[in-house]
Write a protein that binds this ligand. Structure first.
Ligand SMILES: Cc1cc2nc3c(=O)[nH]c(=O)nc-3n(C[C@H](O)[C@H](O)[C@H](O)COP(=O)(O)OP(=O)(O)OC[C@H]3O[C@@H](n4cnc5c(N)ncnc54)[C@H](O)[C@@H]3O)c2cc1C
Length: 353
């Protein structure tokens, strides 16, 4: 098996910008029940997935079973949190209402102005950069060939069947029985496919800060989410503060306004955020589909599979995406859940054999 990757620049790889929350419960929306189910299935697969990866490589993935707090700063936000709690209870998800004093006992760095919090003990986090490095190492150890700086220019087909890809620059052609399109927001740049055989994907920009505490870990032990952002601890004194949601095409600039607003909102809940050292400011492009659901599995052209359009959840959905995509390649039953994420929903063309 060969994996082709266009280049190492972070702006061209959303996963290296991502915060790494594994948060199907915190991020549940009443309108996205299938996505919640997929997220819950993926989160269940995570411990085994991480154990297998670490066992195969000896590498740490930064998987942190830390739990999450949803925090409200004022009356309006507290009311909104009460509605969020009711929704999750309706779905039978584990969420506990905490008075401000209870939340501050768990996380003493939270501001005294905190109004209310929800404890989501089963939403955790991982370090996406460590995860990607471990996946790459595991892949090459079992004989996979990883070619970085190898941009696919075109999908090659014989008749209706995809038979490989052609690389940009050298024009080298690689034959394959199965090709998986996993090029994030750049999937649309790959030529060789008619519009009806494609998954429409557009970028949603997210700006994010990476910080560390010079005095070490402990300031925050759980992910804290609030209106407008979140703070994710890495467990070693590093933190990620994110993220904006912006429709700005392929722009990946970092703006003063976004950084200001993220820090201002975080400061209201965690005043000591101002003591942290800024390590990195970055922006990435979430690959969004028109219905905000990922496209996983065989598409409208035989030989071409998709693992794309994961929008805000690509890190969370990594293990379940691998399972569904693999089932599509081996011809096994991907499970009932997979049908809602079939790429062919965008083309009206039935899945090719
Ligand atoms: C600020 C921010 C925070 C986020 N936080 C979270 C989070 O907390 N939890 C979560 O689950 N998700 C999060 N996400 C979303 C997550 O990062 C994405 O859903 C995920 O990275 C999408 O994965 P992907 O593999 O489809 O795309 P990418 O990660 O962008 O990977 C695409 C790869 O394809 C390569 N490529 C592109 N074109 C070609 C080509 N022509 N030939 C060869 N290779 C090519 C690219 O170089 C890249 O390596 C966040 C995203 C952002 C921007």
């Amino acid at each position: 098996m060969i994996v082709l990757e266009r280049g190492p620049e972070p702006a061209k790889q959303t996963s290296s910008v991502a915060a790494g929350m594994l948060a199907p419960i915190s991020e549940t929306l009443a309108t996205e029940v299938p996505l919640m189910r997929l997220g819950l299935a993926s989160v269940q697969a995570y411990p085994g997935f991480v154990e297998e990866l670490t066992g195969a490589t000896g590498m740490d993935t930064g998987y942190l079973r830390c739990g999450t707090l949803l925090a409200a700063r004022d009356g309006d936000e507290a009311e909104a949190l009460s509605r969020e709690l009711a929704l999750r209870e309706r779905f039978g998800l584990t969420v506990h209402r905490l008075r401000a004093s209870e939340a501050r006992r768990l996380e003493p760095a939270l501001a005294p102005t905190l109004r209310l919090a929800l404890d989501v003990p089963d939403d955790h986090a991982i370090d996406p950069r460590k995860l990607t490095a471990a996946l790459a190492a595991a892949f090459t150890r079992v004989g996979g060939e990883l070619r970085t700086s190898a941009r696919v220019a075109e999908v090659v087909a014989r008749g209706e069947r995809v038979t490989g890809v052609r690389l940009a620059g050298t024009g080298e052609q690689l034959s394959a029985e199965h090709v998986v399109m996993a090029a994030g927001v750049w999937s649309e740049e790959v030529d060789g496919l008619a519009d009806e055989a494609r998954v429409p994907i557009h970028p949603v920009k997210g700006q994010i800060l990476r910080l560390h505490d010079p005095s070490g870990p402990g300031l925050l032990t759980r992910v804290v989410r609030f209106t407008g952002g979140y703070l994710v601890p890495r467990g070693d004194g590093r933190y990620v503060l994110g993220a904006t949601m912006e429709e700005r095409g392929f722009d990946t600039s970092v703006t003063a306004g976004a950084v200001f607003e993220l820090l201002r909102d975080a400061f209201e809940l965690l005043p000591s955020v101002t003591e942290l050292v800024i390590d990195e400011l970055s922006a990435g492009l979430r690959p969004a589909t028109p219905d905000n659901l990922p496209a996983i599995g065989p598409g409208a052209r035989a030989g071409l599979h998709w693992a794309a359009g994961h929008f805000r959840h690509g890190i969370l959905l990594t293990p379940i995406t691998a399972q569904i995509a693999l089932a599509g390649i081996t011809g096994e039953d991907p499970g009932e859940l997979a049908a809602q994420f079939a790429p062919s929903r965008f083309s009206g063309i039935p899945v090719a054999a």
